[in-house]
Ligand binder design. Structure first.
Ligand SMILES: [Zn+2]
Length: 433
């Protein structure tokens, strides 16, 4: 009986622990990727043809160059598995777009959804109708209505053809985008690069955005949103939520956390690992205010966008609390959260991956899962350190651009010796928890 009970409980333990370990989304979707690229190439070709008809001469031919260049770059990303196909997220996005379409005939019919393995809460709609939604949106936003707000804003850009207009502006050189061009004097050679950079920064949200176009996309987006059955105040809540986003989570990592996870059976924790670089020669006075903050996020443009929206749509003036997530949204939010580490690992952000794993561990979340990712990231850091290219995967300490907690983390990482890194990596890669 005891034996039976024992084997039963062993079995039970197995089920429990097996059930608890989250399995990252499978990206072995070769056939779908191939199909997607084939279709993308066809629609891009059509787009180029259309541009050549719509814009004669130089404008048309320059535009086709940009779009061809972009296709090459985008193809690389698709092949690199930066996107996942037919994931659990697709149905939700499709459902939200359908709800928006109901009362808004101006929304294009041919939208295709693509989910990016990217933790930043961004979205983008290509000229051909491919709608890229970063997984980070599911993790960062709080409910269906907020995700629909972001989609509406992107549709605002798409319907207004902002990207195309900016590109034409560059070709014609008369209505140049000041934000983009800034101090660079354009000549013929770098104009191409400039246009391509505009396309890329639009899409990957890396550069400064054109404020006027952002405000236009907001107001058109809000009209689409309001025409549907979403809760209108959530449009403002979404912007506030995005304003709070920080590329590196500002959650502070406590000294106890380092001690808990790096005091190993074969390698005791050393206090000297936490020693900080001496920046006493640095003039801190210039950025005292910034340094005192935990978080160094800076999205000053969002506050302006909120003010502008409230001015033209007075019904948005009231402050309303965020709605609770629907069950289906909460489930996707959880998956997106669990994909945070696979996403960092995919983009080779191993340093941030370790920092983030430690934050999750400190919060007591899914311990064995995050210990596993800690080991995987440390193994990569070990390889990099051995090959003298750690700089590529681990930031250097920059007092004026980083929170104190992140600086402490970087000091810790750079203080570790090659052997110490190896021991940590081995321990967490073989640890059975
Ligand atoms: Zn925008």
């Amino acid at each position: 009986m005891i034996k039976k009970l024992l084997s039963f409980s062993l079995f039970y333990c197995f089920i429990i622990s097996f059930g608890q370990v989250y399995k990252p989304i499978d990206t072995a979707d070769y056939a779908q990727r191939k199909d997607f690229l084939k279709n993308f190439s066809v629609t891009n070709e059509n787009l180029i043809k259309k541009n050549r008809t719509d814009y004669s001469g130089k404008t048309g031919s320059e535009l086709s160059k940009f779009y061809k260049e972009f296709e090459k770059d985008f193809e690389k990303k698709v092949k690199n598995k930066d996107f996942i196909f037919n994931s659990v997220f697709d149905a939700k996005v499709k459902n939200l777009i359908d709800r928006l379409k109901k009362n808004n005939p101006q929304i294009p019919q041919n939208l295709k959804i693509l989910i990016a393995k990217d933790n930043t809460p961004n979205a983008y709609c290509f000229a051909d109708g491919t709608f890229v939604i970063n997984m980070g949106l599911f993790n960062w936003l709080n409910n269906d209505d907020q995700l629909a707000s972001v989609i509406s804003h992107e549709l605002g850009h798409k319907i207004s053809e902002h990207t195309l207009k900016t590109l034409i502006g560059i070709v014609d050189q008369d209505q140049m985008d000041r934000v983009v061009v800034q101090n660079i004097k354009l000549n013929k050679e770098n104009r191409n690069q400039q246009a391509f950079d505009v396309l890329k920064s639009r899409i990957y949200k890396k550069g400064a955005e054109n404020r006027k176009q952002e405000m236009q996309a907001d107001s058109l987006g809000y009209v689409l949103f309001k025409n549907s059955d979403f809760k209108k105040e959530e449009f403002i809540n979404t912007l506030k939520r995005l304003e709070d986003f920080d590329t590196i989570s500002p959650r502070e990592l406590k000294v106890e956390t380092y001690k808990k996870y790096f005091n190993l059976p074969k390698q005791e924790f050393k206090d000297k690992w936490l020693k900080k670089e001496d920046f006493s020669l640095y003039n801190y006075d210039n950025f005292k205010e910034k340094l005192n903050k935990d978080s160094l996020k800076s999205h000053p443009e969002i506050a302006l966008r909120i003010t502008y929206l409230k001015k033209i749509f007075p019904e948005l003036k009231a402050e309303v609390k965020d709605e609770k997530a629907s069950e289906s949204y909460a489930a996707l939010e959880k998956i997106a959260r669990m994909e945070t580490l696979p996403n960092f690992f995919h983009s080779e952000d191993y340093g941030i991956g370790i920092y983030s794993s430690l934050q999750f561990l400190q919060d007591g979340e899914e311990e064995s899962y995050y210990k596993k990712w800690l080991g995987k990231c440390f193994a990569k850091i070990y390889e990099a350190r051995k090959n003298y290219n750690l700089n590529r995967y681990l930031d250097r300490v920059e007092p004026k651009n980083q929170s104190e907690s992140y600086q402490q983390f970087l000091n810790f990482m750079w203080n570790l010796s090659l052997d110490e890194i190896k021991n940590i990596s081995d321990y967490y890669q073989t640890e059975k928890s």
